[in-house]
Design a protein around this ligand. Structure first.
Ligand SMILES: C[S@@+](CC[C@H](N)C(=O)[O-])C[C@H]1O[C@@H](n2cnc3c(N)ncnc32)[C@H](O)[C@@H]1O
Length: 200
């Protein structure tokens, strides 16, 4: 279990850009095209970079469940919808969906009941937000759409790949960086091709 206090610093309302945000933005600048959704945008920093710098992106929409995050992202100039994961969005709407999820495995007794807990804690497994996201994200993708998902080794890399495979995706690591206590990867998910064996 990870102590949220070490990761949250003094911030109590909106997650500010960190190494994970940077990794997701770099991957998105290379991989994202067309209509892009960033789920859980926090400060809006990733969405804004993609909107301004990605060559083949037409439009960026973002979402967050935290009203303070929505306000901060909007002040940055990002188009934001407040809502839970993918619920606000219609089927087939996006060419790329980005998500840097809350992923720290957290003992319920150590959690804070505030918006930084919502930003950081992935529940006891670290996957409590990742799993419902993976189960629904295919619905909002256009036919050739992709997902860029930040995965930490703390949340169970193989378990996440397995869940993505169950949801019908092939995966590929497009960015990876190791830190003393975790390895962060960006998984690029695309609908499984008919010829793929589904091994993982
Ligand atoms: C690790 S932070 C990432 C913030 C930002 N995308 C970045 O990379 O800097 C996770 C974000 O997901 C948001 N979040 C948590 N649960 C959510 C949910 N059920 N639906 C939408 N957003 C959620 C949090 O409020 C937080 O802003």
């Amino acid at each position: 279990m990870t102590d949220l206090a070490e990761r949250r610093g003094a911030e109590t309302t909106v997650y500010q850009p960190a190494e994970d945000s940077g990794l997701l933005a770099e991957a998105a600048l290379e991989e994202a095209t067309g209509r892009v959704l960033e789920v859980g945008t926090g400060s809006g920093w990733v969405a804004k970079r993609v909107d301004e710098e990605a060559g083949e992106v037409d439009e960026v929409v973002a979402s967050d469940v935290n009203p303070h995050a929505c306000r901060q992202a909007r002040e940055r100039g990002v188009e934001v919808v407040r809502g839970d994961l993918l619920d606000p969005f219609r089927a087939g709407a996006f060419d790329a969906v980005l998500f840097n999820p809350p992923y720290l495995p957290t003992d319920p007794e150590n959690e804070w009941d505030d918006w930084m807990e919502t930003a950081l804690s992935g529940g006891e497994t670290g996957r409590e937000l990742i799993e419902p996201f993976l189960d629904d994200v295919e619905r909002v993708l256009a036919p050739e759409g992709i997902v860029l998902l930040l995965v930490s080794s703390l949340a169970g890399y193989e378990e996440i790949r397995g869940r993505a495979a169950d949801a019908g995706f092939d995966d590929e690591v497009v960015r990876e960086e190791s830190f003393p206590f975790e390895t962060l990867s960006i998984l690029r998910l695309s609908r499984r091709s008919p010829s793929s064996s589904g091994d993982y």
